[in-house]
Ligand binder design. Sequence first.
Ligand code: G3P
Ligand code: MG
Length: 249
Amino acid sequence: MSNWPYPRIVAHRGGGSLAPENTLAAIRLGQSLGYRMHEIDVKLALDEVPVLLHDEVLERTTNGTGRAADMPWSTLRTLDAGSWHSAEFAGEPVPSYDEVVKQFLSRGTACHVEIKPTPGFDRQTGNKVAAASHRLWRSAALPPVFSSFSFEALMAAKEAAPGIRRGWLISRFTEADWERLEALEATSLHTNHKNATPEVIRELHARGYKVMLYTVNEVDTAERWLDAGADGLFTDNLSEFAAKFPKLI
Ligand code: G3P
Ligand code: MG
């Protein structure tokens, strides 16, 4: 298998802006548009069940309040994570990581698993998500990629599932990141396209790293980064990107 067998355009937060982020509905919608790879955000419930949620707290994307880390999975799963987006998705639940991996595997699609620990839970989040991934993705044709803004979480993931590729996620790449990439034995660097340059992509490529850029929602910006050699782009603009780049999704 090639060092980087992944599509260049990736559905951000499951289904971009077309559906409530980090839900099964979002992932299904992305798959129905032809996406073969999705990015999701994963953290731990109180009882250490890995769940999909971007924020530390529940208010923005569910009808719950407070931290996901203070609620057991049995309670989190009863929340409405769809109404904030639109009436069409009312009642859509917060999914567990196990459930969404089953959905990916049922369609042979893959995943950038962003390990997004609740602050203070870095190590155990990296450990649990990696252990679950090792178990769940065993038979996958296209294996997942881990990423995280948390160095500690990604190091823990490396210990628990060394065979799963790791991407170091940082808003702006600086010289200090070479050391982190090396310590993580990372395959890729994931960064904000607004802080990236073609030179940074060239330097990373010259040292053997792939480069993923988030979150690119304009077609002309995407074309510019693809021409500059970016290995992948995360997008919320699923319909337009699927129409414009059908061979890259
Ligand atoms: O994984 C790339 C991107 O998702 C990082 O930013 O805030 O959307 O999780 P955020
Ligand atoms: Mg993310």
